[in-house]
Write a new protein. Structure first.
Length: 158
């Protein structure tokens, strides 16, 4: 399988938090990371700052997705955009916001300039800056929203 920069890795949870996210969102996925270099991912992960992770860390529990519309130039742009978030804090407030959306079906209003970082918003925001909206109409998408994106194609498992 050819894994390229800006391809997305959707992760199946193995712990209480991951399993809870999957249960609430009715999805097999609880986390999103993206490829920045061969065998290297960039992610926003709870309990640490946004940063790099080896692809092998998730071996055996991920599916790889690609966006066929992306040009090589857009891939470079997306990777550069997510790397700007290196060291940024994870937004637990957005997790609560997402919980309200899924449990109660309410999309709460948020300030226009609010740029919270969780795994899925990090990558969707970078794709949007490159001109590809993976989740139209969803301001703060979850891994479940990304898995349902018609712009993404599953290319395999890792």
């Amino acid at each position: 399988m050819d894994i390229r920069p800006a391809d997305l890795i959707l992760v199946r949870g193995e712990d209480l938090i991951g399993n809870t996210i999957e249960l609430i969102t009715h999805s097999p996925y609880s986390h999103v990371a993206g490829v920045v270099k061969p065998n290297e991912l960039f992610e926003a992960q709870a309990f640490r700052r946004a940063g790099y992770q080896g692809l092998d860390f998730y071996a055996g529990r991920v599916d790889v997705f690609t966006c066929d519309e992306l040009t090589d130039e857009q891939r470079v742009q997306i990777v550069a955009e997510v790397e700007r978030y290196d060291g940024r804090r994870y937004s637990y407030l957005l997790l609560l916001w997402e919980l309200v959306r899924y449990v109660f079906g309410l999309a709460l209003l948020a300030p226009k300039d609010w740029q919270p970082v969780i795994c899925s918003t990090l990558w969707v925001r970078a794709y949007r800056k490159a001109g590809i909206d993976l989740c139209p109409g969803v301001r703060f998408p979850s891994p479940a929203d990304m898995a349902d994106s018609p712009k993404l194609r599953k290319v395999g498992a890792y």
